[in-house]
Design a protein around this ligand. Structure first.
Ligand code: RM4
Ligand code: MN
Ligand code: MN
Length: 424
């Protein structure tokens, strides 16, 4: 399904009066409103190719119909999102779930939709049909060198696919670890993993980055070999300047102070990528901002503070991706909500009065510090985010327009009700 620009303009026209009223009010209290809008327009969040279908849990999966049946259809879906919100201009592929068999065709198709290829993701947490050796007891950490070699070769293949598509980064998330005490020699598992990562690192093209993603638990429940940001940072530091830590919001132990983690990683110049989702209990992969929007804002606030301190470009110097799963909602609706939540948190973080905060910190004025942060958090920035979309030629209210257009119904007509997309 294609949405043409004209129909968006027509839709926006009908919304314009109400929008202008809300926007004028919101803009009147923002210092550099044009600067804020430009930043919002520049900011793009990558959509993972595996999030376009209905996700399952280990108990079941309830596909919603009209799911993309091929990489081409996944690109079309991300194209739709980008058309609607102007902020989803990149797609992130997981290999081998989405192997681009004809790279130049896939690259051209993505370009038609205004999309670029974000980080490539490798997969050594599942066994694939026909695979020689099993990852049941780990991949890069494995006691058997031949298994480690297989995992390294897979990652090198992923890099090659990425090069053909114009991507410039590799995300390595390992499920390696142990489920029972005594199962693993922690030091040897670390050393094996480091050696394997070094072999992959050696195959990185000059301009590429490698993101080492950590996770505290699951699928291993006693230890994870890249279990937290400290371990990830150890690997990244030992690997070299092209290696960075990647923070996924759902990969921490309960109540972890993620805003402090991103601040310190940025200080070290070692934060490379970020995966958005939300959670209440674990790696729930829920819609961004659906459970802890204040935490999301606090993280964004530290991200901006840390990036600005290093003169980094918000839009391009970190890899931003949604990493969520959609068990009960329409995946496209969920992704629209996620991107909206990200843009809102970003806009609020842009409004933080940094000078006032620094001064209050210097005076140990704790109450004032909280006031400054919450002043920004409690500002209704939705009209600013909508204005950025309007200027980018996207829809003022993407989700509402998605429903008006009956996008899902159309996709079901096109693709059928019983389609299952590759992914988790
Ligand atoms: C993992 C991790 C990775 C993602 C897979 C599908 O929990 O978050 O980033 O690639 O899930
Ligand atoms: Mn992730
Ligand atoms: Mn995850």
């Amino acid at each position: 399904m294609q949405i043409n620009k004209h129909s968006i303009q027509e839709y926006n026209q009908g919304q314009l009066q109400e929008h202008s009223r809300r926007y004028d009010f919101a803009a009147s209290s923002v210092k550099d409103v044009e600067g804020v809008l430009q930043k919002l327009m520049d900011f793009q969040v990558a959509i993972p190719s595996w999030a376009l279908g209905t996700g399952g849990t280990r108990f079941g999966r309830f596909p919603g119909g009209g799911e993309p049946r091929s990489l081409e259809e996944k690109i079309e879906d991300v194209g739709l999102l980008h058309r609607l919100n102007g902020a989803s201009g990149a797609i992130s592929l997981h290999i081998p779930w989405d192997i681009p068999t004809n790279a130049s065709h896939i690259k051209a198709l993505a370009a038609q939709h205004g999309l670029r290829f974000d980080a490539m993701n490798s997969n050594t947490f599942q066994d694939q049909p026909g695979q020689g050796l099993s990852y049941k007891f780990g991949s890069m950490q494995h006691v058997d060198k031949a298994v480690r070699r297989q995992a390294v070769e897979h990652n090198i293949e992923v890099i090659e696919h990425g090069v053909a598509l114009g991507s410039d980064s590799l995300t390595v998330w390992l499920s390696d670890g142990s489920s029972f005490p005594g199962q693993l020699n922690f030091r040897k598992a670390f050393e094996n993993t480091l050696e394997s990562l070094q072999e992959v690192y050696a195959a990185l093209p000059e301009n590429w980055k490698m993101f080492v993603e950590y996770k505290a638990f699951e699928p291993n429940f006693y230890s994870m070999t890249v279990g937290d940001w400290g371990q990830s940072l150890l690997y990244a530091n030992k690997l070299g300047p092209k290696a960075y830590t990647l923070v996924d919001l759902g990969h921490h132990l309960p109540n972890a102070n993620i805003e402090q983690i991103v601040s310190l990683l940025l200080m070290e110049g070692k934060l490379g990528g970020f995966h958005f989702n939300d959670s209440k209990y674990g790696d729930d992969d829920l819609t961004v901002g659906s459970i802890k929007p204040y935490q999301l804002f606090l993280i964004f606030s530290e991200l901006l503070e840390g990036m600005d301190a290093r003169g980094m470009n918000h839009a391009t110097d970190l890899g931003w991706m949604i990493d969520a799963s959609h068990n009960v909602k329409d995946p496209l609706e969920d992704l629209l909500q996620s991107v909206e939540a990200i843009m809102i948190a970003y806009a609020q973080a842009l409004l933080v009065d940094r000078k006032a905060l620094a001064a209050a910190q210097q005076e140990n004025d704790v109450a004032r510090c909280q006031e400054v942060l919450q002043e920004a958090y409690r500002t209704d920035v939705r009209p600013l985010v909508a204005e950025a979309r309007l200027r980018a030629g996207a829809a003022l209210r993407p989700l509402q327009f998605f429903r008006e257009l009956k996008v899902r119904e159309n996709l079901i007509k096109e693709r059928g009700r019983k389609t299952v997309a590759t992914g988790l």
